[in-house]
Design a protein around this ligand. Structure first.
Ligand code: ADP
Length: 185
């Protein structure tokens, strides 16, 4: 089968991770979540984890070169990206990587959720999962970082005709059905 990639884009708390996990499982794709990979490094206290831990706790972005090294290592011919790319430089680097590897970008799913609901979900998750970046101050910072550094990618992928907007409100089941419909898979 053709080598293909799908990107999940959207603010923190939109539910990208949950949806990306299910889609990748059902399509037999590899899920590449930069947040999960980084959290694993932090938990294992690797040199990378020690470098990125404080950055993540503040809600800032990890430098592009570190992220791109991870992606290069893990790239596969059928892949769902969750939480990557997050900057213009990452998006442009990904275009080059995909072109070199002969992988076609099938679509970019933008999961849209109003800001009050994002904050509510992340505060609830804080109680359940205890992620150190799910406190009110860091949540505000992550939303600001999304608006300034990641949201411009919406226009970038729109211009390429790849953007698929999906309403992220409703049950996970409803959102999942919308995503499959929007991607036509
Ligand atoms: P969320 O989408 O809820 O913010 P993630 O698990 O995707 O959660 O990301 C958590 C943190 O990991 C980010 O705030 C950032 O510090 C770091 N991170 C994850 N992906 C990237 C990326 N592509 N570029 C830079 N930093 C990243």
């Amino acid at each position: 089968m053709e080598r293909t990639a799908i990107i999940f884009l959207g603010p923190p708390g939109a539910g990208k991770g949950t949806q990306a996990a299910r889609l990748s499982q059902e399509l037999g794709f590899k899920k590449l979540s930069t947040g999960d990979i980084l959290r694993d490094h932090v938990a294992r206290m690797t040199p990378l984890g020690q470098a990125v831990g404080p950055i993540m706790e503040r809600g800032d972005l990890v430098p592009d070169d570190l992220i791109l090294a991870l992606i290069r290592e893990e790239l596969s011919g059928k892949v769902v990206f969750d939480g990557f790319p997050r900057t213009q430089a990452q998006a442009e680097a990904l275009d080059r990587l995909l072109a070199e590897a002969g992988i076609r970008l099938l679509g970019v799913v933008l999961v849209e959720v109003p800001e009050e609901e994002l904050v509510r979900r992340m505060l609830k998750r804080a109680g359940l999962e205890g992620r150190p970046d799910d406190n009110e101050e860091t949540i505000r910072r992550r939303l600001e970082v999304y608006r300034t550094q990641t949201a411009p990618l919406v226009a970038y992928y729109e211009r390429k005709g790849l953007l698929r907007r999906v309403d992220g409100l409703g049950t996970p089941e409803e959102v999942y059905a919308r995503i499959r419909g929007a991607l036509g898979v």
